[in-house]
Design a protein around this ligand. Structure first.
Ligand code: IMP
Length: 197
């Protein structure tokens, strides 16, 4: 059986995620008015686990909606051409909007999202991202709230995938050997999904 530690290593533990998300929730609660619900816009699919934990940690009225976008050339080395695959159901005109992202890498996706949502006339527009790969940024983009700044490594788990897999790993893992994982995407075996807690 393969030794997972040759291919991935833990970058952000479950405890670190829990702790930082509690802090982010407090930050966001302070940033939003409490007399009218903000709209959390979760970008599918990577941000769903983060959204679920963040929303539960927030003691403030919040509506939740989803948006899916795709990048023509894929996120790794993408062309920066992004389009909407699933749009919001909510009219965000005059609403306080919070974009919830898993990771900001080159910044192309978030730049597109912010421009598109800003055109709809929200009252305010902020972003919270769990991870910021700042070293890879090509387009500077405002990031009002962030969980962790991480180095230039490919990550999976806690919502983030490798070829659609491993989103349900409960912590963030850094891939040390991308070539081996690409060669056999199912190579990571038992133990990753671990004991609950
Ligand atoms: P950007 O447009 O380059 O900023 O890419 C943002 C999107 O690329 C994220 O929302 C992720 O879906 C994806 N992405 C970027 N880096 C990683 C990674 O290390 N693991 C998994 N997905 C990633």
């Amino acid at each position: 059986m393969v030794d997972n530690s040759e291919i991935v290593e833990t970058l952000v533990t479950r405890d670190e995620l829990r702790g930082r998300i509690t802090e982010l929730a407090a930050e966001l609660q302070a940033a939003f008015p409490h007399d009218r619900p903000a709209v959390a816009v979760s970008i599918l699919k990577g941000s769903t686990l983060f959204l679920a934990d963040l929303a539960r940690a927030m003691d403030a009225p919040l509506e939740i909606d989803f948006m899916a976008i795709s990048s023509y050339a894929g996120s790794q080395g993408g062309s920066g051409v992004v389009r909407i695959v699933k749009d919001l159901d909510t009219d965000i005109t005059d609403r306080d909007v919070l974009i919830v992202e898993d990771i900001v890498d080159t910044g192309f996706t978030l730049t597109y999202l912010r421009r598109t949502l800003a055109e709809r006339g929200p009252r305010s527009l902020r972003t919270v991202t769990l991870l910021d790969k700042a070293a890879r940024r090509i387009v500077p983009v405002p990031l009002e709230h962030k969980g962790f700044e991480i180095p230039d490594v490919f990550v999976l788990g806690y919502g983030m995938d490798f070829q659609g897999k491993y989103r349900n790993v409960p912590e963030v893992l850094a891939v040390k050997d991308v070539a081996r994982l690409a060669n056999d995407p199912l190579i990571l075996a038992g133990g990753l999904f671990g004991e609950a807690g």
